[in-house]
Write a protein that binds this ligand. Structure first.
Ligand code: ADP
Length: 275
């Protein structure tokens, strides 16, 4: 068998272009900040709890900036090779296949590394040369160094709530990014978002948000993280589908966020008081 290498076979980047404007309600000046960072080639770190709108924001920004968005959900088995690329055996030949990071660099896309602390430290290191003045990605296996074009951008997301000694971003990584804080939107905006996304009426959205806020107060009483905007939307969707509201709230809020039966009972009481 003769091994043939066809280099840099581009995967169609069109599939990463967001055609329709995503629904996004700005909470502060995050749109202006991201735009300014993008123009100045600054990498961005979106810090905030799960389900607080970070991914939706990235989709919106990619649409606004007219760039493809390549998202990578980071996990502990993610290797540098997964991000950069590898040779794959295809029949009788061996072909190079770009990883998502290389693909983003080549196409001037926005690469979004979701939950970056989940990735191993030696994996995170591959983004370092892309996040300083050099803006390069060395591809050792091909013996090439790619220069990122000005329209390439790198964003990461990070949940400070999960911080632990084992899973934390090193300062040498952190200090390569400007950081935008995300949190659950204020009640009037969250009502609007929940109503839009789940199609419940304004009154129901108001009650769901009220429950969400009360549950979030338990964060100081043993609850690891408050109920996310995403879960409020799930509850709304079940209600819109005809599930009894209290039941929907238990299924979408009380049960997912904790296994502690005392906390669940306290949350059930909040639900029963408001619904
Ligand atoms: P994260 O990436 O922070 O985990 P997501 O972006 O997936 O969270 O947000 C969860 C859901 O909440 C989204 O799918 C969207 O429906 C809704 N959402 C949250 N914040 C906003 C917002 N500011 N504007 C519009 N939708 C939002």
């Amino acid at each position: 068998m003769t091994a043939q290498c066809s280099l840099s076979r581009e995967l169609p980047v069109e599939e990463y272009i967001i055609e329709d404007e995503p629904y996004y309600v700005p909470v502060g000046n995050e749109v202006e900040i991201f735009t300014a960072a993008y123009k100045n080639l600054l990498p961005v770190n979106l810090k905030g709890p799960t389900g607080s709108g970070k991914t939706r924001f990235m989709e919106y920004m990619a649409y606004k900036l007219k760039r493809p968005l390549i998202t990578v959900a980071c996990h502990e088995d993610l290797t540098a090779t997964d991000l950069v690329g590898r040779y794959l055996i295809k029949g009788e030949s061996v072909e190079w296949s770009d990883g998502p990071l290389t693909k983003a660099v080549k196409n001037g896309a926005i690469c979004y590394l979701d939950e970056v602390v989940e990735a191993r430290k030696d994996t995170i290191v591959v983004i370092h040369p892309l996040t300083d003045d050099r803006r390069i990605i060395p591809i050792d296996k091909l013996g090439v160094i790619l220069q990122a074009p000005p329209d390439f951008s790198l964003a990461i997301s990070y949940n400070p709530g999960y911080q632990s000694a084992v899973k934390d971003l090193k300062q040498s990584t952190r200090q390569r990014f400007v950081a935008i804080d995300f949190d659950y939107p204020p009640p009037e905006l969250e009502r609007k978002i929940v109503a839009h996304e789940s199609m419940v009426n304004g009154e129901m959205a108001k009650d769901l948000v009220k429950i969400g806020q009360r549950i979030r107060n338990f964060r100081h009483h043993g609850l690891e993280e408050g109920v996310s905007t995403r879960l409020l939307i799930y509850a709304g969707k079940l209600i819109h589908e005809g599930i009894e509201p209290r039941e929907a709230c238990r299924i979408a809020m009380a049960r997912p966020i904790t296994d502690n039966s005392d906390l669940q009972q306290s949350i059930d009481e909040i639900i029963n008081a408001i619904m």
